[in-house]
Ligand binder design. Structure first.
Ligand code: ATP
Length: 202
């Protein structure tokens, strides 16, 4: 299966773009979705996190407060590394299984926020990076997550720079404009990936 890794900084537009790929018939596997499901009660990551962080991380309904967990790991580097060391191998295995099970699509879009900072590179044939200006990224992030500009800037500063990401990608989508402008860019790439994934033509 031909796999395209879709990466980009926080709130750069990965989900918005993967939704368009999906509407064109591409299979989409999102590592954030896989990661979230692992933190649900009774799933592999749940007990490990509660054991490590304590029950104060639970909401009244018994689920992990992912917003609070995110706040915690951004202010505690050690905890962040611990959580990644627990979750990444399980997510990697789960993604590999989902890719192997994909039949209905010529290629897979694998959404991986930290593609260059992780082992997920080993799963992809090609890298597509989303780029947008820091000002727009900050505006969209603070509006969507209702967080302060200061906290949003700290999150962004912990990720690799947009410039680095662009230099290392095979393809780039620029997301500074309207959502409708994304459709043309995604359409072109859909054609390219459909060709590339065809063993007779690629
Ligand atoms: P995360 O890194 O947190 O997973 P993401 O990269 O998947 O985020 P999205 O959730 O797709 O980013 O987009 C972030 C926010 O910006 C969302 O509220 C989305 O609706 C909005 N957004 C994305 N692209 C555009 C656009 N071109 N115009 C206006 N709003 C946009």
């Amino acid at each position: 299966m031909y796999v395209v890794g879709l990466t980009g900084g926080i709130a750069s537009g990965k989900t918005t773009i993967s939704d368009i790929f999906s509407s064109l018939g591409a299979a989409v596997i999102d590592t954030d979705v896989v990661s979230r499901s692992l933190l649900e009660p009774k799933q592999k990551g749940f007990h490990k996190v509660v054991e490590k962080v304590g029950k104060s991380i639970l909401l009244d309904n018994g689920e992990i407060d992912r917003r609070a967990l995110r706040q915690l790991i951004f202010s505690d580097e050690k905890l962040k590394h611990w959580l990644e060391s627990i979750l990444h191998p399980i997510i990697l295995t789960e993604c590999r299984e989902q890719i192997d099970l994909t039949e209905s699509s010529p290629y897979v879009i694998l959404v991986v926020p930290l593609l260059f900072e992780s082992d997920f590179k080993s799963l992809v044939d090609r890298v597509l990076a989303v780029d947008c200006s820091k000002e727009i990224q900050l505006k969209r992030l603070t509006a969507r997550d209702e967080i302060s500009v200061d906290f949003a800037e700290r999150i962004i500063s912990q990720q690799i720079s947009n410039e680095d990401r662009i230099n290392r990608a095979d393809d780039i989508i620029l997301n500074n404009g309207e959502e409708s402008e994304l459709i043309t860019q995604v359409n072109k790439l859909h054609q390219l990936y459909s060709l590339r994934s065809d063993p007779g033509l690629g």
